[in-house]
Design a binder for this molecule. Sequence first.
Ligand code: SER
Length: 579
Amino acid sequence: MQIDEIRKRFLDFFEKRGHAVIPSAPLVPINDPSVLFNTAGMQPLVPFLLGEPHPLGKRLASSQKCVRTGDIEEVGNNKNLTFFEMLGNWSLGDYFKEEAIMWSYEFLTSKEEGLGLDPSRLYITVFEGDEDAPRDMEAVEIWKKYISEDRIYFLPKKNNWWSPGDNGPCGPDTEMFYDVTEEGLGDMTHDEYVKADDEGKVVEIWNDVFMEYEKKDGKVIGKLKAKNVDTGSGLERVAMLMQGKNNVYETDAFSGIISKINELKSKSDKKAERIVADHIRTSVFLLGDGVLPSNTERGYILRRLLRRAVRFADNLGIPSSSLYILAKEVQTKYQNAYKEVQNENILEEIKKEEAKFRETLEKGMKEFEKGTDAFTLFTTYGFPIELTQEMAKEKGVDIDMKDFESKLKEHQDLSRSASAGMFKGGLANHNEKTIRLHTAHHLLLAALQQVLGSEVKQKGSNITEERLRMDFSFDRKLTDEEKQQVEDIVNEAIEKDYSVVRREMPKEEAEKIGAEMEFGAKYPDTVSVYFIEDKDGNVVSKEFCGGPHVTHTGEIGKFKIKKEEASSSGVRRIKAVID
Ligand code: SER
């Protein structure tokens, strides 16, 4: 069964059981500045798991595009991919363990509607209990209707508890594993099962999280208002099982690009092939969602993937300037499922980035051989630090990271250097200060448009507890007067204590009234729009947004622009604070 069919069966299965099928959110989270990319199907749904009503109801299902680059060096080894689709179904305070488990089992095993997997190859894990939550006997009792008790294992929080970060919804989970050995594993004791998992003899195929708890600063602080279900199943892994393969690169998700690599290569190296395939595929999806190669944050991840792909393509003897040919295969494979990958620009950007890196690659490699320091390789030759680190490891030499970091700090005061940091951060920090900054962010965009012209668009945003940062399209430095004007407009809106109101409406209507939306984002048919307006309903700001926000602008405090600078060509960046 191919990925398109698996995806379709999954969504149809849950649609039939009362779930609204929602489109994948873009990889770049909308209004969640604390993460670089969506890393799980539930990520775009966090506000709803925390209690906000979802416009499409209490039962949802999706196939969500996800990017995880935390263990990029594992790519090519086994099941690890930097881009994958996660199938998921959700209950927002509607059904709970009984139905979630029943439907998981039915979908996995039903020949007619589901995957028709062999029930005698299924193993289940459940949460063993600790000070935060009891041993999940409820899940066990339900599972016993379908699976022998001997195949159900208790595991600790490390395995059977899911939370997207240090803050947000979380809960115990039950995970389903499938035996991928030829001979079949049969009944296993707890220890035998754990060993089989370590050895990759069973593969996790689905995770049902019973999200009824909330975490704050890494600690479980209590129960949520509603009992939610959040499930996730990796599409490519499922495809691997369905297609009888033992690694994801041999599934139909990769067949086009891998055969193209085989056509173009002159040397054999399985791992390099897989790395190139994975990185190009992920790059196509990132570009499709509007990310461009750059030296910071999301753009840096993309740059790193593409430059790493260049290097491994070289190891395979693939002719230079061929990466875009591989990218075309990805476009062909996904054009029906994800329209955004068709964008012509994608190939152009890949060509450009490959060419740019090649301008300095050869020289940089020579410098590297001579022992030139990582910082010079980074600034002068465009070698992502992680690439230099990897090359150094291959040669068995060490890199002085302290030296690199201090030079980098000096150089650009880059406090949030790309891949580090943000991944660890988890989901949006919904504390009171960030919420106030978030509303100030909306006011700032409206003020910029008022002062500089309505063509000014938001190009990026990031909110921490200390400050907000907004990138916007504008092609010159702001004058002091303009900055002052913008600041004054925001502060006036705060003094007037306007109402902040959330309204749900059809997407078309929101577009018609000109609500601000994020570039490249895909939205469901019904969207939520935040309005900031005076008593008579005169609107100061309207933006597509998941929230949360203050209810009155008076809560924000005094607004101050701290810095206005160039971000990239045609894009300016403002940092601002409130007190
Ligand atoms: N959020 C859980 C996971 O990523 C289930 O969807 O595994």
